[in-house]
Design a protein around this ligand. Structure first.
Ligand code: TXA
Ligand code: MG
Length: 335
């Protein structure tokens, strides 16, 4: 299959979105931009179409998909009930990078939810995503548009690298602004639980829902995708965790001990600009997040023996960054 990359030109997204909609109506998949990462979409209510998402990504069948909507009426088509307290989060954060687990409507096929009786719903903010869903006039199931287990795509080129030849169309809407996947909140329990930290932080959620909690390590995993290895570049990732000045010292020592100029270094504090293969992110997690996945891909493309990563402190967006880095890491060095 030939994969077409359609850029949003000066004339706006209408032409590319119209092509994407006609593919979706024929039960095909299309990749499209959202404000978090690129998604690989199909008609959420068409089991055969959704099966093509799993096939293109090589995604395990028990890992359910997020269903994307573009207006509040579409919500009642995919969930059987909106918990009144969930409404407060919806009012505050939709459209935006927040996904909410609710009990599913019977018309959502089992394949979309990996056999679960719950469904995750998200109302994206990105104008192209909104136009696509509203023109299609129905909910669109979409996981991140990467091969299963790989780093999520924040540009159309990343999607192309992973899925060229496997999908018919990618709409190129430029780089994603947040660069980390949405926060997933489970509203089928009381108190509600954050299953995946993301672009909206625990602190922001607590301001609206004070009793919201983080899923505790060791509890049975309720978000099926979280048990799989994720964000795995080809090179092993060694993650340095601690205060920025301490991680900088440990990184420097590690490089000296291993006499290893060929290691790649992803860093923000200290100075590693003399290392042959390196990428500097901002020390501010909010500025680093949009570049993180692109940086990991860029370093990995040089086939280094190892990628050394300087961690962030786990508060605010730093918690979401660390969640992704912990999953990518083959080894963690506590500093
Ligand atoms: O930002 C995002 O959320 C992006 C864009 C494209 O919207 N999508 C995304 O989808 O990251 P995906 O499939 O890569 O991640 C969805 C996560 C997975 O960990 C999955 O297991 C979990 O949500 N999930 C899906 N349905 C669930 C359910 N019913 N209950 C619990 N977790 C669920
Ligand atoms: Mg994903």
């Amino acid at each position: 299959m030939k994969t077409r990359l359609l850029k949003i030109g000066d004339n706006g997204p209408e032409t590319s979105v119209a092509e994407a909609v006609s593919l979706l109506r024929r039960g095909e998949v299309v990749a499209f931009p959202t404000e978090t990462v690129y998604g690989l979409g199909a008609d959420a209510l068409n089991a055969e179409a959704v099966a093509k998402i799993f096939a293109a990504k090589c995604r395990p069948a028990d890992n359910p998909l997020i269903v994307h909507i573009s207006n509040h009426d579409q919500l009642s088509a995919v969930v059987d009930y909106i918990p009144p307290t969930a409404q407060a989060l919806i009012d505050r954060f939709w459209p935006g990078p927040l996904s909410i687990v609710m009990n599913k409507h019977s018309q959502v096929p089992d394949i979309t939810t990996g056999g679960l009786t719950t469904v995750v719903v998200r109302f994206p903010q990105h104008p192209v995503a909104q136009l696509l869903i509203s023109s299609f006039d129905g909910p669109i199931a979409a996981p991140s548009a990467n091969l299963s287990g790989k780093v999520s795509p924040t540009t159309a080129e990343h999607v192309y690298q992973d899925l060229a030849g496997r999908i018919p169309l990618i709409i190129d809407g430029g780089p994603a602004t947040y660069g980390l996947e949405s926060t997933v909140v489970d509203y089928t329990t009381e108190p509600p639980v954050i299953l995946r930290p993301g672009s909206i932080s625990l602190e922001e959620l607590r301001a609206v829902i004070p009793n919201i909690t983080l899923e505790k390590p060791g509890e049975p995993i309720r978000s099926p995708g979280m048990k799989y290895r994720h964000y795995s570049p080809a090179a092993p990732v060694i993650l340095f965790v601690g205060q920025p000045t301490e991680t900088a010292v440990s990184l420097r020592e590690y490089l000296a001990d291993h006499d290893n100029q060929s290691c790649a270094v992803l860093w923000h504090t200290g100075d590693f600009s003399d290392t042959k293969l390196q990428y500097q992110l901002s020390g501010d997690p909010a500025l680093a997040a949009p570049r993180l996945f692109a940086a990991v891909r860029e370093l990995d493309e040089q086939h280094p023996p190892e990628i050394l990563v300087q961690g962030y402190e786990s508060s605010g967006l730093g918690a979401a960054i660390m969640n992704r880095l912990q999953k990518a890491a083959t080894q963690v060095v506590e500093c």
